[in-house]
Design a protein around this ligand. Structure first.
Ligand code: GRF
Length: 183
């Protein structure tokens, strides 16, 4: 069984989608901790409800970075899954877990990196949007792509409607990638 640590800042729906597949016995892995930089993150509640260690930590560099690295190391993870984690992962962290940090982004990278990928796609006027699961390197949303799913943009889409349809695909794509990584 692979050991998985999740970093999440908010809602935690991608974390939940992965957890559901683990609970269904479809992923050969175990989430050993969920770490959040927001004490009221829904992701922490979901972890607690499922008897997964839920850890809050926040602060400024370099203290926060040292804390995060030290804390994650204690769990000896095979993979670190970023699921709506809203901070840039520090260099030392990327180096310590090279090739083992994964992220999901709500756009077809390399287009629309950074915040509000769905809004950027709408504003640009692309007709195909989507989501990307990728390895994390020191850049923002620049690491090697693992898998993507496309979502058609409709003429009457708003940021909300497009985001919702992309999220549906995120919830399929991320668990599928984690499943493959754990095999
Ligand atoms: C998702 O849209 C994900 O692609 C992005 O942040 C959002 C997190 O949502 N990185 P959730 O916390 O998983 O519900």
């Amino acid at each position: 069984m692979k050991r998985l640590v999740v970093l999440a800042s908010g809602r935690g729906s991608n974390f939940k989608a992965i957890l559901d597949e683990i609970k269904a016995g479809n992923i050969n892995g175990e989430i050993v901790a969920v770490i959040s930089d927001h004490h009221d993150a829904k992701a922490l509640d979901i972890a607690r409800e499922n008897e997964i260690e839920a850890i809050f930590g926040n602060g400024k560099a370099p203290e926060y970075n040292d804390w995060l690295l030290g804390t994650v190391k204690t769990y000896e993870p095979d993979y670190i899954l970023l699921a709506g984690y809203m901070r840039i992962v520090p260099k030392a962290f990327v180096e310590a877990f090279a090739g083992r940090i994964i992220n999901i982004h709500p756009a077809l990278l390399p287009s629309f990196k950074g915040l509000h990928g769905q809004r950027q796609a709408l504003e640009y006027g692309v007709k195909i949007a989507g989501c990307t699961v990728h390895y994390v390197d020191e850049g923002m949303d620049t690491g090697r792509i693992i898998a993507q799913r496309a979502v058609e943009v409709k003429d009457d889409d708003t940021e909300e409607t497009l985001s919702a349809r992309i999220l549906e695909q995120e919830h399929k794509l991320y668990p599928a990638v984690v499943k493959a990584l754990c095999e």
